[in-house]
Design a protein around this ligand. Structure first.
Ligand SMILES: C[S@@+](CC[C@H](N)C(=O)[O-])C[C@H]1O[C@@H](n2cnc3c(N)ncnc32)[C@H](O)[C@@H]1O
Length: 131
């Protein structure tokens, strides 16, 4: 989604509002240096899993009602999108405890983040809407 180049993956990366996505798990697995921050990381893995299970059916119904508002170039249906997202969330959940111990998942909220100036070389942010 971010169209990152190999050179980008060698940078110190901050993922803002990373939520229950798998970027950190997958990139760390490849040896990248990634820290993710999100206010949701204050909860433990079972609380996050419960919340995912609660909201997932509702989000799928809402997506089905609005399916025509989306571009279906890389994914072909709401059901396929649901499968892809659930797979990503499973990778996240499997990585969350170890990643938290390693300091890769940090509970924090924009606009005030607990990092030093220049601590990162690249910041990425996907699907983070301020309502
Ligand atoms: C729609 S989710 C997107 C999660 C992930 N980036 C993805 O693409 O799957 C939006 C995320 O923004 C996080 N968020 C909300 N307010 C935030 C803030 N002030 N600072 C950082 N993250 C925030 C939420 O907790 C949630 O995980």
């Amino acid at each position: 989604m971010f169209a990152l180049l190999e050179a980008d993956l060698n940078r110190r990366i901050l993922g803002c509002g990373d939520g229950p996505a798998s970027f950190n798990a997958e990139a760390s697995d490849r040896g990248c240096q990634v820290i993710s921050c999100d206010p949701g990381y204050q909860f433990d893995v079972e609380e996050i899993r419960r919340r995912i299970d609660e909201v997932y059916p509702e989000i799928i119904v809402q997506m089905q009602q609005r399916a025509d508002d989306y571009l279906w170039d890389s994914l072909s249906s709401v059901e396929q999108l649901g499968e892809v997202r659930m797979k990503a969330m499973s990778s996240f959940l499997a990585d969350f405890n170890a990643g938290t111990r390693e300091g890769r998942y940090v509970s924090a909220s924009l606009p005030s983040l607990p990092f030093f100036d220049s601590e990162f070389e690249l910041a990425i942010c996907s699907n983070c809407l301020f309502l």
